[in-house]
Write a protein that binds this ligand. Sequence first.
Ligand code: MN
Length: 247
Amino acid sequence: MSNASDRPLVVVTAPVREEGGVQRLRLNIAYTSAVERSGGVPIVVPPFGDAREAARLIERVDALLLTGGEDVDPSRYGEPRHATVSTVSGPRDATEIALVLEARARGIPTLAICRGIQLLNVALGGSLVQDIPAEWPGALDHDPGGDRGARTHEVRIEPGSRLAATLGTPALHVNSFHHQAPRRVAGALRATAWAPDGIVEGVEPVADEWWALGVQWHPEELDGADTRLFRDLVERARERRAQPALS
Ligand code: MN
């Protein structure tokens, strides 16, 4: 067991929910528990009023975890809003885009889950399928509900990708709680995982300098190979921290 001071600090973003007219942060504990179990120290951050302050946070931490929640505002990728897009948070979009761009600039290890993979793709210039049932003929049910740990569809993993190296398998069954997904993958990213219906379920940077993984499923709710996503996030953060010349 390492010293507490060796444990990487991981920024964990969080959704906003309005309840009875009150704006609240509402983050599933599974995210922070997964970071903690992997040896990281989770730090939950809210949407900032000034996204530039969020970006400054990145120089003081070791890793970034983008979590699930609201739809990204389609205006961020230049499209009118589909009728099914109801919950958006301008401050959260702005905060997370600032975090992503700063993490990329500084090479901060990043794991992006569900909304996170979508936000990552949009932040770097990609677009989204706004509503899979309405816009993707022949789509599987990507939001069947039920047990959050239930593995409901397969994904194929691109051989040779970082994702394949982390998971150690060319395919796995995953859980699925989403109605959106990456459509046009940003030029700085490449797709690394697909559901059987062709929906993109994984992306990562084309360049080697930035360790980042985006997945459309929820590994924080799963065991087995999926725990390696958090293990590698914390391990890359620890390695980077041990090399001050690169920070
Ligand atoms: Mn899915």
